[in-house]
Design a protein around this ligand. Structure first.
Ligand SMILES: O=P(O)(O)OC[C@H]1O[C@H](OP(=O)(O)OP(=O)(O)O)[C@H](O)[C@@H]1O
Ligand SMILES: Nc1ncnc2[nH]cnc12
Length: 181
């Protein structure tokens, strides 16, 4: 078994499943135990870093953009490991200054996400990160914000993709995921 396969196996085991969260009928995949364990957290960051450096080299990525809430928890660590900047994508009303904005649907409600327009210079190359890709609405919205400021999405990186929800079909940039289920 390769190092990346063995790390992926450990990361998979650490996910916890919660039934009927956040609403009835949903099976929630909780990745927080991974970042609660420094050894696993290192392995998570190492897996993304190794993949991104192999695919894009050390120079091409300008920013990691992390999606609220869980993309904000490991995105900065990955950005630091890669030696690139980190930019947060947050729910409306949390970021000061001029923001790009997008409205989308998440489960049973509407959400508005924002990104500061001066956070990413025109023409920058960005990797968007989050814990889980489910229906793809959140990741699509994040991608729209990146494009609104004239930057490019090199790739979306997830810890887990829920293949049965076909979120990938909504996205117009490549996807990398440590795990699929
Ligand atoms: O692909 P989608 O169907 O859009 O779902 C994926 C999103 O859902 C989860 O966030 P959630 O809103 O549950 O958590 P948060 O309130 O902590 O951001 C997850 O962290 C992703 O951001
Ligand atoms: N099943 C799930 N687990 C974790 N995050 C999610 N976001 C949407 N669906 C999810």
């Amino acid at each position: 078994m390769s190092i990346s396969e063995s790390y992926a196996k450990e990361i998979k085991t650490a996910f916890r499943q919660f039934t009927d969260f956040p609403i009835e009928g949903e099976q929630f995949e909780d990745f927080l135990p991974i970042i609660g364990n420094p050894t696993l957290f290192q392995k998570l960051v190492h897996t993304f870093k190794t993949h991104l450096e192999e695919k894009f080299g050390k120079e091409k990525i300008d920013f990691i953009a992390g999606i609220e809430a869980r993309g904000l928890l490991f995105g900065p660590s990955l950005a630091l490991a890669l030696g690139v900047g980190f930019v947060p994508i947050r729910r409306v009303g949390k970021l000061p200054g001029e923001c790009a904005s997008i409205t989308f649907t998440k489960l049973d409600h509407e959400e508005i996400f924002e990104m500061q327009v001066e956070a990413i210079p025109f023409d920058s190359n960005v990797v968007v990160v989050d814990d889980v890709l489910a229906t793809g609405g959140t990741a699509y919205a994040a991608g729209d914000l990146i494009r609104q400021v004239g930057a490019h999405i090199l790739e979306y990186d997830f810890v887990l993709v829920l293949d049965s929800l076909h979120g990938e079909e909504k996205l117009s940039a490549p996807i990398f995921s440590i795990l699929h289920s």
